[in-house]
Ligand binder design. Sequence first.
Ligand code: MG
Length: 180
Amino acid sequence: MMAAGNTAKAAIRIGYGWDSHEFKSGIPLKIGGVEIPHPQGLGGHSDGDVLLHALTDALLGALAAPDIGTLFSPSDSRWKGADSVLFLEEALRRVREAGYRIVNVDSTLILAHPKIVPHAPAIREHLSKLLGIGGEDIGIKAKTPEGMGTENAAIAHAVVLLGKASSARKGKFSTKAPAA
Ligand code: MG
């Protein structure tokens, strides 16, 4: 088996993450780091931000690093009520350390309520700051759970593409013609 530390050789790497949390009354609803007005929030050991958790796992997965639950155990009291941005920042630190940057991310939320479309611009803007990429490189899609029976849960799927930090810079900013 190839060691997880061997990631530096690939020019691009893909990552995938998935998460779900149950709706609970009396707590704020946070999706993608943005607080959304709603009578219920998402329960969990941390702040229950299903989208940030899926994105964090996608970034960690792209590096073949340990997953979010392994790095930030739900049985560890340090992460009780934690802002999920902390988890994302650790994944981003590992991405930089491995010599990569994010090319783009895509995500799909599956939840019966509330409607996400009105909040998608704010979520995209916030994620753009957190991830350090443009809003045009952040996909946010939302669906209702038709026939799935998961009306009391929010589910998030996320994929990320990483590119080598150095080659990415060359590709984007070099005005020189490639060597023949
Ligand atoms: Mg979670």
